[in-house]
Ligand binder design. Structure first.
Ligand code: MEV
Length: 429
């Protein structure tokens, strides 16, 4: 059984002590990995023209109960309030049983495009007839993937039309395939299969080959998470919990109705998902692209989550979004911090990791909506920002807390004000 993720006062500890508090989840070499970070040599192997490494804060969200499992979540993010907000929501949610989360199998889509096809119907028929041959060919491209239960799942032959008004129409035929990539994100595997099958696609159709590439609209690889909260858990000093819950549901309806609000709503969700993606060495641009494209599936850009008051008066939140996460391959093998972060999460599969990321996205969204529905976002933001101001003004580690309290109390977040507070503290006996 995992040790509790509820670690009271975690945020008050010094970073080294926080790591110590996570000791039961880690091994000795993880502490070294957190200490060392990514070496210049390893970075030089990851991308081209490296000149240095660029460091971001790696924090841990606590309090999460996901599918009954105590989960601490590493998050890499530069924005204040994100980690505090999810930890706070997770603390509230665990009283009502926490989050449930699940993910579809890791089915990625690949596309092989034929351009400017003169007889699209005939081309579709010829390709459809050749599917058994293509299926046999796809087997054996990734034998180790098949050993792990993955491999080709499905084919679809599509007629796609470019018909932008005022331009020449172009018919295209696309062979789309679905590959179960198991615990990988899968881009390389899918692209390899696409390139292997392309020659046969051209041979059986006689058409001109276009692109051979994965689709980041990974809509066969959805993750879902859900929470149900009693409104009492949401009350603030100024507002009754039922009103907060009503206002959260109203905020969601705004996002559903208006793409301008939906974009900001979803940005908040991605604050959580991206931070988990970066901490676990995943391709957050792919995840972003897939998630936003999915939100347009009915023709209007919509929110990724849903918030509603149930008949029993409780607030229900859910998220469904394509999440192309991996736990093997890519930078995951090379980056020592990523490996330790995965250990910290204790995940056994990419599907489990994606489910956790969905739960964190939902938590982040609730944190934002709760703040927006009550005191507004700036109070919390400025409280966090005050720490940075205190440090900029020259506060020592043991002074930051007192300076922050004073800046928040007087609502003056200037560096000058922070310097005055520091001077006063140092004069005090
Ligand atoms: C800020 O990073 C995210 C929010 O704007 C999200 C939202 O408005 O729901 C607070």
């Amino acid at each position: 059984m995992s040790p509790s993720s509820r670690i009271p006062g975690f945020y008050k500890l010094a970073p080294a002590m926080r790591l110590r508090a996570l000791e039961p989840r880690l091994e000795k070499h993880d502490f070294e990995a957190y200490h060392r970070g990514l070496s210049l040599e390893a970075a030089d192997m990851m991308v081209e023209n490296v000149i240095c490494t660029f460091v971001l804060p790696c924090a841990v969200a606590v309090n999460f109960l996901i599918n009954g499992r105590e989960t601490v979540v590493p998050m890499v993010v530069e924005e204040p309030s994100v980690v505090a907000a999810v930890s706070n929501v997770a603390r509230i949610a665990r009283k009502d049983g926490g989050f449930s989360a699940e993910s579809d199998p890791s089915h990625m889509i690949g596309q092989i495009q034929l351009m400017d096809v003169r007889d699209p119907r005939g081309c579709v028929a010829r390709l459809t007839e050749a599917l058994p041959r293509l299926r046999a060919q796809a087997r054996g491209i990734h034998p180790r993937l098949e050993e792990r239960g993955g491999g080709l799942v499905d084919f679809e032959v599509r007629h796609v039309v470019y018909d932008e008004p005022g331009r020449r129409r172009e018919d295209m035929v696309v062979l789309q395939f679905v590959l179960d990539v198991v615990d990988a994100m899968g881009a390389n595997m899918v692209n390899t299969v696409a390139e292997h099958l392309a020659a046969t696609v051209v041979e059986v159709t006689g058409e001109a080959l276009g692109l051979r590439i994965l689709s980041n609209l990974a809509d066969r690889r959805l993750s879902r998470a859900r929470i149900v909260l009693s409104p009492d858990a949401l009350g603030t000093e100024e507002m009754d919990g039922r009103e907060v819950a009503d206002r959260i549901a109203a905020a969601w309806r705004f996002a559903w109705a208006d793409p301008h609000r939906a974009a900001t709503h979803n940005k908040g969700v991605m604050n959580g998902i991206d931070a988990v993606a970066i901490a676990t060495g995943n391709d957050w641009r792919a995840i972003e692209a897939g998630a936003h494209a999915w939100c347009c599936r009915d023709g209007q850009y919509r929110p990724m989550t849903r918030w509603e008051i149930r008949e029993d008066g409780r607030l229900e939140g859910s998220i469904e979004v394509p999440l192309q996460f991996g736990t093997v391959g890519g930078p995951i093998r090379v980056h020592p911090t990523v490996q330790s972060n995965l250990k910290l999460l204790g995940v056994g599969s990419a599907r489990e990791l994606a489910g956790i990321a969905a739960a964190v996205g939902l938590a982040q969204n609730l944190g934002a909506l709760k703040a927006l529905a009550t005191e507004g976002i700036q109070t919390g933001h400025m409280r966090m920002h005050a720490r940075t101001v205190a440090a900029t003004a020259g506060a020592r580690a043991d002074e930051v807390g007192d300076v922050t309290v004073e800046l928040v109390r007087t609502r003056d977040f200037s560096v000058e004000r922070a310097q005055q507070v520091i001077a006063r503290l140092r004069r005090a006996p």
